[in-house]
Design a protein around this ligand. Structure first.
Ligand code: ATP
Ligand code: MG
Length: 352
C-alpha cells in the first residue's frame, strides 16, 4: 500500500529523518506519534508528495488515492452551503446531476429525441454513481460530527474555524480515499463527535494515518503505532497502550544488553591494560583488541523525552492590568457573540 525506504529529510541543515523506513498495509490504522517539532506533519506532507526527499523513496500502490486533513484547510472559504461542500466528495455524481438539471431545463422549451436520449444516458450514469444516496450519506456524516439538520444549508463561511474543519473532515470521509492522512483531527471536535469519528475510522475500508496527541482516541482507533524519534520511524504492531508497554520492554532489554556489553568491554580493557607489556600474554591481548574492534556496539537508551527546565526573569514588573476591555459587543448579523455588560466576566485580565 505504502512504503518509505531509507528516507532522509533535512530542514535548514537539521535532519528530521535519517535512513528511516515504514511500511503500511491497505487496512492499517496507524497512530503517528512523537514530540512537538519532531516531524510528524512533515512526514504526512512527504507522503502527500508536497515535499521532496533528500534521500530514499516513497512508493505507493498504483491505485492509491490520498485524502489529507491538515490545518491549511482552515483557510478554505466559500458561500456554498456546508452540505454542498461535503457533497463535492461525489464530484462525478454532482457533475452528472448538473448536466441532468440543465437538460431538464432545456427540455421545457426545446423538446428533441436527442436530448431525451442524452438525459437517459446521464440518468443511468447518475444511478451507477450512487447519486441518489449521496445527499443522505453527506447528511449522515455531517450530523455524525455534530451539525444540526438546520445547519446543513448555511454557508460554510458563516461557521467558525473549528466547525469549518469538521466540514472538511466530513468531505474527506465521504471521498473514501484509499489512504487518509489526518493531522490532529480531534483538535476541533467535542467528545460525542470524537466518538463518532472513532467508530467511523475503525470500520474504514482503507488505510489511515493519524497524527494525534490524544492517547484515548489513538487507543480506540489504531492497530499500529509509529513513533518519530531520533530521526527514525519505529513501528509497534498495536495501539497506543501497546506501544507504551512494548517500548518500556524494548528499552529494558536494550539497556540490559548495553550494560552487559559495557561490563565486557571494561573487563577486556582491563586485561589489555594489565598484560599489554607481557610477551607470554601477547596472543590473548591481541585477540581481545580484535574482539573489541569487531564488537557490534549496543547503543544506550536515549531518552527523547528530556525535560527542559527554564525560568524567565524580568527586569521590570508588568503593570497590574495587562489588558482591559470595556463594554465590548460583537455580533455577526443576528448572531450575538457577546454583548455588554458581560455577565460572567469583569473584562479584566490580571498579570498574576
Ligand atoms: N517550512 C518550514 N521551514 C523551516 N522549518 C520548518 C518548516 N516546516 C517545519 N519546520 C520545522 O521542522 C520541524 C518539524 O516540524 P513538523 O511540523 O513536522 O513537526 P510536528 O512533529 O508535526 O510537530 P507538532 O506536534 O508540534 O505538530 C520543526 O522543528 C519545524 O520548526
Ligand atoms: Mg504537526
Amino acid at each position: 500500500m505504502l512504503s518509505l525506504s531509507n528516507i532522509s529529510y533535512f530542514i535548514g541543515g537539521r535532519a528530521l529523518y535519517r535512513n528511516a523506513s515504514l511500511f503500511i498495509r491497505p487496512d492499517d490504522k496507524v497512530g503517528l506519534i512523537g514530540l512537538n517539532g519532531k516531524g510528524k506533519s512533515t512526514l504526512l506532507r512527504i507522503i502527500d508528495n508536497q515535499l521532496t526527499l533528500d534521500e530514499g523513496s516513497v512508493s505507493k500502490a498504483k491505485d492509491c488515492t490520498i485524502g489529507f486533513l491538515n490545518q491549511d484547510l482552515l483557510s478554505y472559504q466559500t458561500d456554498d452551503a456546508i452540505i454542498t461542500v461535503a457533497m463535492e466528495a461525489f464530484k462525478d455524481a454532482v457533475d452528472t446531476q448538473r448536466k441532468i438539471e440543465k437538460i431538464l431545463h432545456q427540455l421545457e422549451h426545446d423538446y428533441s429525441d436527442d436530448l431525451v436520449n442524452k438525459l437517459a444516458k446521464h440518468q443511468e450514469e447518475f444511478e451507477r454513481l450512487d447519486g441518489y444516496t449521496m445527499q443522505s450519506k453527506a447528511e449522515e456524516v455531517l450530523e455524525g460530527i455534530g451539525f444540526s439538520t438546520e445547519d446543513l444549508h448555511r454557508p460554510l463561511k458563516e461557521f467558525s474555524g473549528g466547525w469549518r474543519m469538521r466540514v472538511m473532515l466530513a468531505k474527506l470521509l465521504l471521498e473514501r480515499p484509499s489512504l487518509l492522512l489526518l493531522d490532529e483531527p480531534t483538535n476541533h471536535l467535542d467528545l460525542p463527535s470524537i466518538e463518532w469519528v472513532e467508530n467511523y475510522l475503525r470500520n474504514y475500508p482503507g488505510a489511515v494515518i493519524i497524527v494525534s496527541h490524544d492517547k484515548r482516541f489513538l487507543d480506540e482507533v489504531s492497530t499500529k503505532t509509529i513513533e518519530v524519534t531520533n530521526e527514525q520511524l519505529i513501528t509497534y504492531e498495536g495501539n497506543y497502550s501497546f506501544y507504551q508497554q512494548e517500548k518500556e520492554l524494548r528499552e529494558e532489554i536494550q539497556q540490559n544488553a548495553f550494560e552487559n556489553q559495557q561490563q565486557k568491554i571494561r573487563q577486556a580493557e582491563r586485561f589489555i591494560e594489565r598484560f599489554r607489556a607481557k610477551a607470554s600474554k601477547s596472543r590473548q591481548v591481541q585477540s581481545r583488541v580484535k574482539a573489541l574492534d569487531r564488537m557490534d556496539r549496543v547503543d544506550e537508551v536515549v531518552n527523547d523525552n528530556a525535560v527542559v527546565n527554564f525560568r524567565f526573569t524580568f527586569s521590570q514588573k508588568s503593570g497590574r492590568h495587562v489588558l482591559q476591555l470595556n463594554d465590548l459587543s460583537k455580533a455577526y448579523g443576528d448572531n450575538v457573540i457577546f454583548e455588554k455588560p458581560m455577565p460572567h466576566w469583569s473584562g479584566m485580565i490580571k498579570s498574576h
